[in-house]
Design a protein around this ligand. Structure first.
Ligand SMILES: [Zn+2]
Length: 224
């Protein structure tokens, strides 16, 4: 399944090597680079925090909320930018996540201590299921991040409803939105970097069985 959908996905230790090599192009290293993530809040994505073994700075700054959309927004980015070491730079990794079980089921992950597999990404799949069930219920309160995820999928409903693999399509739609927002936030706040280089790497985080390495399918690499 992983081969079918994400043939070039890298195990997280390989991603770590890739990131350190890429950063070195602009003389950035583990001591002078502050990193940030815009990935879903789900604890399953702590697999990405293996990058912490590389960085000696006190990251990551968390830009993302559920689904991985950068809900911290321009204010969050400006705060992050103001924390970059004086003679260093920054790194942001962003994207949605999707689980794949050992049996090949897309959108599910096995979590240690649980018998049943659960949704991954629960936010994106939850939004998809709510829209499919033709929700006419009253507007939820204290759930503003999920409302945005539902709006995103609602706005792309034509593409989703004709898809043979709605979870993969919803993940791709979420990726496109996260990339768009990250790029807009960075470019509109570029002066806050004070000419310090920033590397942004976007892709899809694939959650596997706890006994296997998670993978990251790199889609976009941009220097600012
Ligand atoms: Zn999630």
């Amino acid at each position: 399944m992983i081969e079918n959908y994400f043939p070039s996905a890298l195990p997280i230790p390989k991603l770590k090597e890739f990131v350190s090599e890429k950063l070195s192009e602009k003389n950035l290293n583990q001591k002078n680079t502050l990193w940030a993530t815009s990935v879903c809040s789900d604890e399953v994505n702590q697999s990405l925090h293996q990058l912490d073994e590389y960085f000696e700075t006190f990251g990551p700054f968390i830009l993302g909320g559920i689904s991985g959309i950068p809900f911290a927004g321009k204010t969050g980015f400006k705060a992050f930018a103001s924390h970059i070491p004086d003679h260093g730079g920054a790194f942001i990794i962003y994207g949605p996540h999707v689980g794949i079980t050992q049996e090949g089921e897309i959108g599910k992950v096995h979590r240690a201590g649980q018998k049943l597999n659960t949704s991954s990404c629960g936010s994106v799949i939850g939004a998809l299921n709510t829209l499919k069930s033709d929700e006419n219920s009253e507007k939820p309160t204290y759930d503003y991040q999920q409302e945005e995820v539902k709006n995103l999928l609602r706005n792309n409903w034509a593409k989703l409803s004709s898809s043979d693999d709605q979870i993969i399509t919803a993940t791709e739609i979420t990726y496109t939105e996260i990339k768009h927002e990250i790029r807009e936030i960075i470019t509109s706040c570029i002066s806050y970097l004070e000419d310090k280089p920033l590397l942004a790497v976007g892709g899809i985080l694939i959650n596997t069985h706890p006994s296997d390495e998670d993978l990251f399918d790199i889609r976009d690499i941009d220097w600012y």
